[in-house]
Design a protein around this ligand. Sequence first.
Ligand SMILES: *Cc1c(COP(=O)(O)O)cnc(C)c1O
Length: 404
Amino acid sequence: MINIAKIREDFPILNRKVNGKPLIYFDNAATSQTPQRVIDEIVNYYSNYNANIHRGVHTLSQEATDLYEAARLKIQKHFNAKHSYEVILTSGTTHGINLVANGFSTLLHKGDEVLVSALEHHSNIVPWQMLCERTGATLKVIPMNEHGELIMSTYEELLSEQTKLVFVNHISNALGTINPIKQMIDMAHKVGAAILIDGAQSCPHIKPDVQELDVDFYVTSAHKMCGPTGVGMLYGKEEWLNKLPPYQGGGEMIDQVTFAKTTYAGLPHKFEAGTPNICGGIAFGAAVDYMNAIGFDAIASYEHKLLNYATKQLLKIDGLKIYGTAKEKTSVISFNIEGIHPYDIGTILDKMGIAVRTGHHCAQPIMDFFKIPGTVRASFAFYNTKEEIDALVKGVETAKMMLS
Ligand SMILES: *Cc1c(COP(=O)(O)O)cnc(C)c1O
C-alpha cells in the first residue's frame, strides 16, 4: 500500500509553487522527480567523497571507488543480472543504444535485416538508421494497430534468418503501451537474432528481471526512475558484450597502451572510457534503493488506479480523444481535443501550475500514424494523487472553454 502523504514529503519540489499555484507535476515520462534521499546522496558525495575512482591510492579515491562499485552491485541486483560486469554504467538510454549500435557496425553486412518497432522513441530509431547506412543492412518496421499495440503476426512474418537484431521498447513513452517483450525476445531468439529492449519508460513502473527475460541488451536512464540525469545502465549478456568492440577510446578502458598496439580492459571497463558520472552512479544506486523500499507492486497498482481514474474523468470531456488504448498500458495518457492545438492546452495548464508535455514526444512516426502534429501527454507517478487529476480535468475543461 502506498502511503501517499508520507511519500509526498520525500519530494521537496512538490512543495513549490508555479505561477502562484501548487505544482502539479504530470511530466513524469520525460523525467521523474528526485526524493530527498537521492538529493542527500549527491550532497554527501560532493561534501565528503569527491575524488576520481579506480586509479588513486589515497583514501578518498578508494572510498569513492567503493561507493561507485557498491552502486553497480545494487543495480545488478535490481535487474537480476548474472554478473556485475554485465552492468555498464552509461550516461543514459541514448548512450547505451548508441554503444550497442556502434558495436554492431562490425557484425552486420549487406543483406542483414534489423527490425525496429513503430512505437519507438527517436533515440531507438536514429542510431539504427545510422547503423544500417554504415553497414548496408536493411531496417524494417514492426507496425502497430489503432490502439497503439504492435501487430505480432506481422512481427512473426518479418522475422527470418536475415534478421540479426530487433529493437523495441518495453513501454512506449508516447502512448504508454506495454509491449509483450518476453514473447518478442523468444521469437527473436528462434531465428538467431539478438534483441535490445529500451527500458527507459518501464523502469519507473516495473522491475525487469533480465535473466528471466533472457534479453540480450536492456538499457535505461536513472532520471526516469527518481535518479539524477546523465547516468544510466546498459545491461548486456557477457557473450554479447565480449563480441562488441569498445565504443569510445580513452582512459579506464585499456589494459596496456603502446603506440604500436593497445589492448583493452575487461568488462565492464572496456565500455567505460574516461571519468564517469561518479556521483550520478552512486545516486542511481540510492534511487534504486528508494524505489524498492516503496515496492514495485505497490507502485504499479497505485499508478494503475490513477490511470483508470484519469482515463474515465478525461473521457467525460466532449471532443477529447485518447491516443494509445492498448489493453496493457502504464500511467501515460496522450490526448487531444478536437480543433485545439495541444501546445495551447499545455500553455494554459502551465498557468494553473500543471506540468504536462505537448508535442511529438520524440516519437514522430507515432504522430504520423495518427495523422496529428502531437498530443498533450499527462504521465503519472506514484507521488501523484487523485486530487491532482481532478485539477487536471478541470484545467482541461477551462482550456477548452477559453480556446473554442
Ligand atoms: C526518455 C526515453 C529515452 C531517452 O532517454 P535519455 O535519458 O534521454 O537518453 C529513450 N527511450 C524512451 C522510451 C524514453 O522514454
